[in-house]
Design a protein around this ligand. Structure first.
Ligand SMILES: Cc1cc2nc3c(=O)[nH]c(=O)nc-3n(C[C@H](O)[C@H](O)[C@H](O)COP(=O)(O)O)c2cc1C
Length: 277
């Protein structure tokens, strides 16, 4: 049922904001639903995922007009206080987005432009839980609307930051110039990852076979009780990196051990991937 593999899904995936009235085939939805059980976020947070349908009960401004034509969403809830909750949420949702892409379902992450209260009821959200973001799913219109094109232009969605500004070797004054095919592919897959407003907050420092992931926060994306979207972005990057390396049969583990390296003031250490010996 899946068309191609993870590397192609990462390359093919793009955000879609206009959908046709065509329904997603029940078999595909079933497949997606079954995938929920396979999701294993690296830091062990429980993510309660659901496919949510709005039909008769669709509310105006559900997505503040950002999404047109879709009434099916993937939504999830996670503890507001558990360590690495935002990263695990990003990992879990992106797992589903990539599988959806393999099923030829179009998607769009929504972290800012959706009404949380409408989803809270459907997910029976408890006091200590939050819905950091949701994902619209459906059959994207072939032609992007003018509105979608404007949103993409504002976020510069078709571009990515330069390799040398994102990836470093041994210290933060040395850009990572050359590495093995598997590592360069995996880092490139991070560059293709979606991120809130396309801010690409990930910075990665390679030390031999360990990659340290840092967050460089953008103005206006501070920690927020309901959603720390840039840490969700980090979890998405973890998944792209990990899955890309698995395609080369390279496996590693996710750990939190702050490296003894001088880091720029505006960067925050999040976690590291260490190759299995
Ligand atoms: C955590 C997260 C939150 C996002 N929130 C929104 C949103 O609220 N509204 C929206 O239109 N797009 C949203 N996006 C989509 C990004 O704008 C998009 O991923 C980025 O511009 C790159 O474009 P691409 O996904 O087509 O590669 C979000 C993406 C992520 C990862």
């Amino acid at each position: 049922m899946l068309n191609q593999g993870p590397l192609q899904w990462m390359e093919r995936r793009k955000s879609w904001r206009d959908y046709t009235s065509e329904l997603i085939a029940p078999k595909k939805l079933e497949f997606l639903q079954k995938t929920f059980q396979e999701i294993k976020p690296p830091f062990g947070n429980q993510i309660g995922l659901e496919i949510v349908n709005f039909k008769g009960d669709i509310k105006p401004f559900l997505t503040y007009g950002f999404i047109k034509g879709a009434n099916t969403f993937i939504a999830g809830k996670v503890s507001t206080s558990s360590p690495m909750n935002w990263e695990d949420y990003g990992w879990a949702m992106e797992h589903l987005i990539l599988v959806a892409t393999g099923l030829e379902i179009d998607t769009c992450w929504l972290g800012g432009t959706f009404r949380r209260t409408c989803f809270s009821k459907k997910l029976e959200l408890k006091k200590d839980e939050t819905i950091p973001a949701v994902v619209a799913i459906g059959c994207g219109k072939q032609q992007r609307s003018f509105r979608d094109q404007v949103i993409r232009t504002i976020a510069a969605s078709h571009t990515r930051k330069l390799w040398a500004t994102l990836f470093f070797e041994n210290d933060f004054s040395t850009p990572l110039i050359q590495t093995t095919e598997e590592y360069s592919t995996a880092l490139n897959m991070i560059r293709l990852a979606p991120s809130a407003a396309n801010r690409q907050p990930w910075r990665i420092l390679k030390q031999k076979d360990t990659f340290h992931f840092y967050l460089k926060r953008s103005a206006g994306y501070d920690q927020h009780k309901k959603a720390d979207l840039q840490r969700v972005d980090m979890g998405i990057a973890f998944l792209h990196f990990d899955w890309a390396l698995r395609e080369f049969k390279t496996e590693g583990k996710w750990i939190q051990e702050t490296p003894d390296v001088t880091k720029p003031m505006d960067m925050e250490y999040i976690a590291s991937w260490k190759k299995n010996s």
